[in-house]
Design a protein around this ligand. Sequence first.
Ligand code: SF4
Ligand code: SF4
Length: 340
Amino acid sequence: MAKVRLGRTEIVVEKNGFGALPIQRVNMDTAKHILRKAYKNGIEFFDTARFYTDSEEKLGEALSDVRNEVVLASKTGALNAEDFWKDLETTLNNLKTDHLDIYQFHNPPFCPLPGGEDGLYDAMLKAKEEGKVRFIGITNHRLAVAHEAIDSGMYDTLQFPFCYLSAEKETELVEKCRKADMGFIAMKALSGGLITSSEAAAAFMMEYDNVLPIWGIQREKELDEFLEFVAKPPVMTEEISALIEKDRKELQGEFCRGCGYCMPCPAGIEINNCARMSLLLRRSPSEQQLTPEVQAKMKKIEECLHCGKCKTKCPYGLDTPALLEKNYKDYKEVLAGKAI
Ligand code: SF4
Ligand code: SF4
């Protein structure tokens, strides 16, 4: 087993964390079974959010009797103090606990700070004083907000996308957190499905002793893969290193990570999948992407209003409408018989 220390929180947990966003999509019994199996086999860190519908409830049902043996992190998307308190109470009820180990501001467009007009940080501090929150965290997709959070000295943890396809700017954040003695929680460690080798993804994470990846797990089969890494942490071999290099070459440049922060789209386009269809077609079984249902979703691109809303929200600075068009053109060619 490999352990990771989350900076000054002094929380030390198994290197593989559980990302509880996908368990929204399975029923309560399946979710309980998966979560319980994860816990029994050594996973100690569980990350959820108020925004993930019933994910918190499922965690509460599965793990409340072992509450003190696990580390629970949740998030609030509140933008004012009143909503912050509502979210916190709901989350604590759902998780059947009286405290969160880490409570994170969920991808706020700004960095909440003490004395801020929004009142968010002051509310968080009060929650900490009341013992409802042990440590204060922030999650984000924007480099500027992440830097401000680290520089402020007001945060114990940062959650940010990080994987072997990340750019140097993200790696700089990891190092900056190390210097600031903050925990770094890596989301999107499989880059929204574009990384197909979980072993390579996990071996990459082993190179960073201050990074805790949280793997989004929905199926028992996926859990089993990560449990193998708990039992026997993967090491960077020449073969894995070559695969990473190959992926980096193939995916270099501007590509959609599938994060969905540009949504909703007023034309109803499922941007987070449609804008990376060319990659999905080639990196996962292509039949899954050629069903009538997916074809209908791709056809919606024709209804793009070119309002530009998606483009302004994309944290990777992508020209989303142009990317949609490019992917749609390729998709139509594939449908017409182009070899992939
Ligand atoms: S530019 Fe097109 S894809 Fe983007 S939000 Fe507007 S309608 Fe949706
Ligand atoms: S276009 Fe940008 S914001 Fe939208 S899903 Fe892709 S990476 Fe995320």
